[in-house]
Design a protein around this ligand. Sequence first.
Ligand code: HPA
Ligand code: ZN
Length: 320
Amino acid sequence: MPVPKAELHLHIEGTLEPEAALALAARNGVDLPFASAEEIRAAYSFTDLGSFLDLYYALMAVLRTERDFTELADAYLARAAAQGVRHAEIFVDPQAHLTRGVALDTVLDGLGAALAAAPERHGITTQLIICFLRDRPGAEALEVFEAARPWFGTLVTGVGLDSTEVGCPAAPFAEVFGRARDAGLRRVAHAGEEGPPPYVWEVLDVLGAERVDHGIRSLEDPELVARLARDRVPLTVCPLSNVRLRTVPDLAAHPLPRMLDAGLLVTVNSDDPSYFGGYVEDNFAAVRAELGLDDETLRLLAANSFHAAFLPEDERAAHL
Ligand code: HPA
Ligand code: ZN
């Protein structure tokens, strides 16, 4: 039985499996430049974050209706449950859908139906975090944020920041993160995936991020490590993602053990499991096999996932 855990870094669009993409393309009359699941999998050969994002955004074209989003999330939750996930804080990229003409209520109500059913259907509690695309304008993020207000507190519990990191400063998103704080939402941001330590400092100091997604390059700056350790800022690490996007040369060279040794609150997550070769327990199994982590360390990583989750204390305690 996989160890019970929370998944805190999971892009719902990154759970779109090739078979599902083809079925949705047929159902929705969307032309895809791929004729088979094998052809799609053959395109999963990435050289960096950008080469992945190109395919990730292109395949989203098949997601058109509320039902599509419900089925996408339900399929993820079924797989997650089988991998020991008891609580999932799920990312969605509204702008990736709005910019291609899919309305916000289609996306959020579609996902919301699957998430509402998840405790009974899959034994998983959930939260939804709307991420802003850092390669698009801050003003657009503000519009999306305001449009999403009807879902705050009920479905949407946090905001995040993702997409292209290097060359895209976080500062234009300070206003929307401030509004999120004022609205009682939680704040997370991708940083230190491809970008050097100043990108991590920026999301902490300028955005007030409460968790850093990836953050693996933080180790390059001892002062930053001290800050993250002192404040117990969780880092949601995604080992298979880092290998596939070549931010690390191979799993054996992954900084996860050094991050743990440095006293950081690290968790293990799947990021975009359809694209990166595994769901969260597959990531646990990979770090066990390739980094030689023992059972005690794996249990610590699972416990960290509940410590880092945005759960009320009584619910957190029930998991530990
Ligand atoms: N990094 C940045 N943006 C993303 C990722 C990622 O790993 N996955 C989906 N959007
Ligand atoms: Zn991510």
